[in-house]
Ligand binder design. Structure first.
Ligand code: HEM
Length: 220
């Protein structure tokens, strides 16, 4: 089992931080080089939307990967990945509010309520806010580990809403290939969690049921 030293872990974390910033830096460079194509707003909106979904999938993959590899230290990277999902979602939303609606919040609302795929994306983004806001150690302490964990399970719902948003957008052109790929990834990750949760509950129930039986056997 690979367990990095503190120094190695810091290097891994710094490397991942820089890697996660690269899509944003690429966009900034493209803006300055005027390489965003014929429709720059569409380019930025779609690019930041894609990266939001990638980071949601990466965040959801951390726990299954930790369980499969026994690399417990992976969990310490999950918060950073989740915050990058929020970062790209905030860029995605800001692009929409800025370039599609010139920061006119009333106009934006009309659009959010008129187009169902945007309604769904908006709900997903709003749900991400409490997760980002409670990502600090101080908030975990304040909420209590159980409540915090329950709240952060919302991330599965958010990923499903993100896929529905993507699906709905692509439905106009009957192009479902990418939403199906992302849907399958999130579905498999969710099923793994459900399987482990059910197995753990069954094991616990078995252990509880087993105690009186053993005690009875000893008494006899
Ligand atoms: C967790 C939240 C969200 C996720 C995961 C997400 C993801 C995506 C993805 C993957 C795309 C398609 C990119 C492509 O074509 O390759 C997209 C497009 C888009 N999203 Fe989102 N999105 C989210 C939230 C939002 C919000 C809050 C808004 C606005 C209120 C929004 C508005 C749009 C628009 C306008 C498009 C582009 C449609 C087009 O170019 O025709 N999204 N989003």
């Amino acid at each position: 089992m690979f367990t990095p030293t503190q120094k190695q872990f810091k290097l891994i974390k710094a490397g991942l931080f820089v890697a996660a910033l690269l899509p944003f830096l690429r966009l900034v460079v493209f803006v300055f080089l005027d390489r965003l194509g014929a429709n720059p707003v569409e380019f930025i909106t779609r690019n930041t939307g894609d990266w939001t979904l990638y980071f949601l999938c990466i965040t959801l993959a951390v726990t299954p990967l930790r369980r499969l590899t026994n690399w417990i230290w992976l969990v310490k990277l999950r918060r950073m990945e989740g915050l990058f999902a929020f970062f790209y979602a905030a860029l995605h939303f800001t692009t929409f509010l800025w370039f599609d609606h010139a920061f006119d919040v009333a106009e934006m609302w009309k659009d959010v309520l008129k187009r169902p795929f945007i309604t769904v994306g908006f709900i997903a983004f709003v749900l991400l806010i409490p997760l980002a806001a409670t990502s600090t150690n101080a908030m975990i302490k304040r909420l209590g580990a159980k409540t915090w964990q329950r709240l952060h399970k919302l991330v599965y719902g958010i990923a499903c809403l993100g896929i529905l948003h993507f699906w709905w957008m692509k439905a106009a052109k009957h192009n479902f290939e990418q939403p199906i790929i992302f849907g399958t990834i999130v579905g498999v990750l969710l099923l793994m969690r459900v399987y482990w949760a059910v197995a753990a509950r069954a094991k616990k129930r078995g252990a509880v049921a087993g105690v009186p039986a053993r005690q009875r056997a000893v008494a006899e």
